[in-house]
Design a protein around this ligand. Structure first.
Ligand code: UGA
Length: 434
């Protein structure tokens, strides 16, 4: 199959590279010339483990190429995937679809024969119908069909998630789109590595938001149970294991922490709420999740202040991890932002280390003293706070950390260390839900 990917963000670039690795011929299109030029030199615009090697090998094999020229990129395509951003619209939280519709306009105008336009970007229910209207307006005679194929990959594990997904969802309204998508995902169904689920288009659109909202709910649920554990004298990690071993609940996404962040859960839960309001079909559980998660991030800053004796004015606080989760440089809606701002508002001096996130962090945080390692972050600090559970923080020499801190306090917002281990090293330990 010949595939065009519009947008070389996380989803577009990973999907394009993986499709080419399946053996399809893929052209990735992006308006950003500097991005395309960098990709041609095998410089990735994002940090994602394994992506550069995957891109390099498929470019070498002649199956993957990059261009800024959309018309050339879509020429002869069987399917054109739209993988441009759908950020929260300023002011009201709706998904901003202007990039999607803009891209669709250009694609329809440029296509010369039958093809399927597939939305891979996360788009609200009914977007496919809008895309169809654009097709009817700009190129009704071209035999273009419209499908939805939401993506479920996670940052940091994106390639594996794409190649070994739990499922693939394809929302189609006609046989042509169904056949093209079946061919594209044939490598996955051939080795039976994932069920390919065909639904109506609106159903596929809802599946994506429902999945993200459910996962966000699971996290928020265990976070609130963690708060209860703290005051009631229980251990949330054991509670999570105790409930997660029930297959109906499942063990994943029950790690209590400082609240979910990233480019997806915060934006998608909000957009889903707006859709629900528009349809006058309220989602009260999701409303509660969004509010609880927002409040939690600053509450984590206050938790650190409380652990440090209630006053951090003039004190240095060391922060380990800034990105919203490990193995990414993504700072979008990272809990670290609210935590650091709360500490700074209380007069603390913040010193921070993140293995990959510094460059992005510098764009969103002010007055942070960035250092080059975990021990430098602890030096002379009144507390060391683990905000993101990078592997590099899992085997710290806690004795050394203790000797570097002015007050021997470890606040572990990801429950990386068992309290006894920290206490053995002479540290006072404050975790989550313990
Ligand atoms: C999420 C979904 O997991 C993907 O399936 C989806 O495709 C993607 O959004 C998207 O819509 O594009 P992602 O945002 O990359 O993926 O990251 P996750 O691994 O899901 O983590 C999200 C946040 O939840 C992070 O801040 C993480 O620290 C937090 N989290 C996750 C917890 O606090 N506890 C957990 O048990 C799991």
């Amino acid at each position: 199959m010949r595939i065009t990917m519009i947008g070389t963000g996380y989803v577009g670039l990973v999907s394009g590279a993986c499709f080419s690795d399946f053996g399809h011929e893929v052209v990735c299109v992006d308006k950003d010339a500097s991005k395309i030029e960098a990709l041609e030199r095998n410089v990735m615009p994002i940090y994602e483990p394994g992506l550069d090697a995957l891109v390099a090998s498929n470019v070498k094999a002649g199956r993957l190429s990059f261009t800024t020229d959309l018309a050339a990129g879509v020429a002869g395509a069987d399917a054109v995937f739209i993988a441009v951003g759908t950020p929260s619209r300023r002011g009201d939280g709706h998904a901003d679809l202007s990039y999607v519709f803009g891209a669709v306009h250009e694609v329809v105008a440029a296509l010369t024969g039958p093809a399927v336009i597939v939305t891979k970007s996360t788009v609200p229910v009914g977007t496919g119908d809008e895309v169809e209207r654009i097709v009817a307006e700009v190129g009704p005679e071209k035999g273009i069909k419209v499908a939805s194929n939401p993506e479920f990959l996670r940052e940091g594990a994106a390639i594996d998630d794409f190649k070994r997904p739990d499922r693939v969802v394809c929302g189609v309204e006609d046989d042509f789109a169904r056949e093209v998508l079946a061919q594209i995902y044939r490598p996955l169904s051939l080795n039976q590595s994932a069920p390919v689920l065909f639904t109506r288009r609106r159903t596929a659109e809802i599946i994506k938001y429902a999945a993200n909202a459910f996962l966000a709910t699971k996290i928020t649920f265990i976070n609130e149970i963690a708060d209860l554990c703290e005051v009631a004298g229980a251990d949330v990690q054991e509670v999570a294991r105790g409930i997660g071993l029930d297959n109906r609940i499942g063990r994943k996404f029950l790690h209590a922490g400082p609240g979910y962040g990233g480019s997806c859960f915060p934006k998608d839960t909000l957009a889903l709420l707006k859709t629900a309001q528009d349809y006058e079909s309220p989602l009260r559980i999701v409303e509660a999740v969004v509010t609880a998660n927002d409040q939690r991030k600053r509450a984590m800053g206050r938790k650190v202040i409380k652990a440090a004796g209630g006053d951090v004015k003039g004190k240095t606080i060391g922060i380990l991890g800034l990105t919203f989760k490990p193995n990414t440089d993504d700072m979008r809606d990272s809990p670290a932002i609210a935590i650091i701002q709360t500490l700074q508002d209380a007069g603390a001096v913040v010193r921070a280390y993140d293995p990959e996130g510094r460059e992005q962090a510098e764009k969103v945080l002010n007055n942070v003293d960035y250092v080059d390692g975990p021990y430098e972050a602890a030096e002379g600090a009144a507390a060391l706070v683990i905000v993101t559970e990078w592997d590099a923080f899992r085997a710290l020499d806690l004795g050394r950390i203790k000797s570097l801190l002015t007050d021997p306090l470890l606040v572990d917002l990801r429950n990386v260390y068992p309290p006894v281990e920290a206490e053995k090293a002479g540290l006072r330990y404050v975790g989550i839900g313990k």
